[in-house]
Design a protein around this ligand. Structure first.
Ligand code: G6P
Length: 610
């Protein structure tokens, strides 16, 4: 969950590390720190709170250092304060370490080290790593080998970077379960937990795999496995534009990402629509089409917003491809004894491609012989690399912690996968072509909704003092109700629940009174009449109703308090439209409450611990 960046080269690394930390702040933002070597003297500076506060503290010190590592933290063990912030150091501050992940056996290791006379300062699990490395270095072992030996002893997950005044010309990094990359420059090299942090300096990237350890110097790097065997690594050219990771003229990344959706959605299907064949072209699934289409069952696993996209896909795939689908929380899947066979296809959806539970669930399904597919946004991420096949959603970097454009792009890609499978089964050419034509029109329809932005902002004004919200939808729009409620919870801290509209009678109806807003996602479709009855039930109990309705529905204006219209499309694609007003509603309520929508309290963009 935390962010890591490091530099070794000829420049003063302080501004590079601070800029990198700012780009990584979405991964954790409760404290931050840097460890530098200045004239062979260790300098460790930490600060509770945002990176800007650390920057303030450092700027007064006028440090000039050409080797350093830095970290922005999302606390797991130990409260967010300066002592628990990274880097952690050994007793004489000659070795410093930053860590992303969780060391599960830290208690045991700490006791053992304490018995050997090592003193611990923090409450973190991470500190044990630096003490362990110090212990091995005391036995006259090189820093590289000390890290390797420590890796052999720890259980859990880690992405780590270590620097030491004993070997100031090297940074050592290692990975197991938490991402780490090396960025190659000219007479300088970078390390980071996320390419975004270093992309303004280099696009030549080496992705470390689990169990690998690297020694990075200013003009070379060497990767080995835990058994000290050399590993030949591929250098990849990563294309990410700086604009895509900057806020531009927007007040928040979240707003920028909501507004980008006409383009991001188009990018998700660009070059993938085969109009003549009424099908889709997904290079990443080439060769696997028949196996997927012949699956006994499709299992979809994900977390958070990605799980909601999976729920929509269940409706899509069952309706058009006729294959039974189950959707599971990755965290639940991995800890039961799932019945998976080689005839199953498992789809793992993850914006970041790094969510620990989703990654672990994928490994489990793979172990059990299923075909595992990744649907990811981040190119080169762990899920993308470890799946048998997959499709990138191409939404572009998503920085706002609350996912928006990734969700709509996931829905596009899941629709494309559905069409691909369905065309090998019962979907006719004409029906396939019709879906593609509708998909092609989605970007301009999203734009139409975004153009109505001011009206949604006005509605938001009315609800800033609400304490609870209900979101109700049916069929394809039930997952949208869940997603709308999640968006509101995440950024406005208002309690919100999503429910299938008809289930309301089995409990939530008891909550309805004049203070309870209910958002109905009620486009004119096959369950429209039924949803209208649910609306009447809320109305009869004086609930305040906001309806997300289709543009040709004039009736609904008469029965609800607020209506936000969306253009019409086919049922399977409707969630791509109906979710947009809900993103904007949540955004404006949170902004009007004065909250930090890009970095909501307690959340992290990418949950790389379980
Ligand atoms: C975190 C984020 C959510 C995201 C979820 C799954 O909780 O705050 O926005 O939906 O993780 O992330 P993934 O990267 O796997 O889609």
């Amino acid at each position: 969950m935390c962010g890591i960046i490091g530099y070794i080269g000829g420049k003063n690394c302080v501004p590079i590390l601070i800029e990198g930390l700012k780009r990584l702040e979405y991964r954790g933002y409760d404290s931050a720190g840097v460890g530098l070597i200045e004239n062979n003297t260790p300098v460790v500076i930490k600060k509770k709170g945002r990176v800007a506060e650390l920057e303030n503290k450092i700027s007064k010190l006028k440090i000039d250092s050409s080797v350093g590592i830095a970290h922005t933290r999302w606390a797991t063990h130990g409260e967010p304060n300066e002592v628990n912030a990274h880097p952690h150091v050994n007793k004489d501050s000659t070795i410093f370490l930053v860590h992303n992940g969780i060391i599960e056996n830290f208690n045991e290791l700490r006791t053992d080290l304490q018995n050997k006379g090592f003193e611990f300062r923090s409450e973190t699990d991470s500190e044990v790593l630096v003490q362990l490395i110090d212990f091995f270095m005391g036995k006259d072992v090189s820093l590289f080998d000390a890290v390797r030996y420590a890796m052999n002893m720890v259980k859990g997950t880690y992405g780590i970077a270590i620097a030491s005044t004993h070997v100031p010309e090297k940074i050592i990094v290692a990975r197991k379960g938490s991402p780490l990359v090396i960025g190659l420059g000219n007479g300088e090299n970078f390390i980071a937990s996320d390419v975004n942090a270093i992309i303004s300096y280099t696009s030549s990237i080496v992705y470390l795999d689990d169990g690998e350890i690297a020694c990075v110097q200013k003009d070379s790097f060497e990767v080995k496995n835990i058994d000290d065997e050399l590993i030949e690594k591929e250098i990849q050219q990563v294309k990410i534009s700086i604009d895509s990771i900057s806020k531009g003229n927007y007040a928040h990344f979240m707003l920028k990402e909501i507004m980008e959706q006409p383009v991001s959605v188009k990018n998700s299907f660009r070059g993938r629509l085969l109009f003549e064949e009424g099908s889709s072209k997904l290079g990443g699934l080439q060769g696997f089409e028949t196996r997927i289409a012949n699956s006994n069952r499709i299992l979809i696993c994900a977390c958070g917003t990605s799980w909601h996209a999976g729920l929509v896909a269940e409706y899509m795939i069952e309706q058009y491809a006729g294959i039974p689908v189950e959707v599971e929380y990755a965290s639940e899947f991995r800890y039961r004894n799932p019945i998976i066979t080689a005839d199953d296809t498992c789809i793992f959806i993850s914006q970041s491609g790094e969510t620990a539970d989703t990654l672990a669930a994928m490994k489990e399904a793979k172990r059990r012989g299923a075909l595992v597919l990744g649907v990811c946004n981040v190119v080169g991420s762990s899920i993308a690399r470890e799946s048998h096949a997959g499709v990138y959603i191409h939404a572009g970097p998503e920085i706002g912690v609350a996912s928006t454009k990734a969700f709509t792009s996931q829905l596009v890609v899941l629709a494309l996968i559905t069409i691909l499978i369905a065309r090998t089964k019962h979907l006719s050419l004409v029906d396939g072509q019709n879906i593609l034509r509708e998909l092609d029109k989605i970007p301009s329809k999203i734009q139409q909704i975004l153009d109505n932005h001011a009206k949604i902002e006005k509605i938001a004004e009315e609800f800033i003092d609400s304490k609870n919200f209900l979101y109700l939808g049916r069929g394809y729009n039930f997952p949208v109700a869940l997603e709308g409620a999640l968006k509101l919870k995440e950024i406005s801290y208002i309690h919100a629940e999503g429910y299938p509209a008809a289930e309301m009678k089995h409990g939530p109806i008891a909550l309805i009174d004049k203070n309870m807003p209910a958002v109905f996602i009620s486009p004119v479709d096959s369950v429209y009449e039924k949803v209208l009855s649910n609306i009447e039930e809320v109305k009869a109990r004086k609930g305040r109703i906001i309806a997300i309705a289709t543009e040709d529905d004039n009736y609904i204006d008469k029965i609800v308090d607020y209506v936000i219209k969306v253009p019409n499309t086919i049922r399977m694609l409707m969630p791509i439209l109906t979710v947009i007003p809900l993103q904007l509603l949540a955004y404006h309520i949170a902004v009007k409450k004065g909250l930090n929508v890009d970095q909501p309290r307690n959340l992290a963009k990418s949950v790389t611990v379980e």
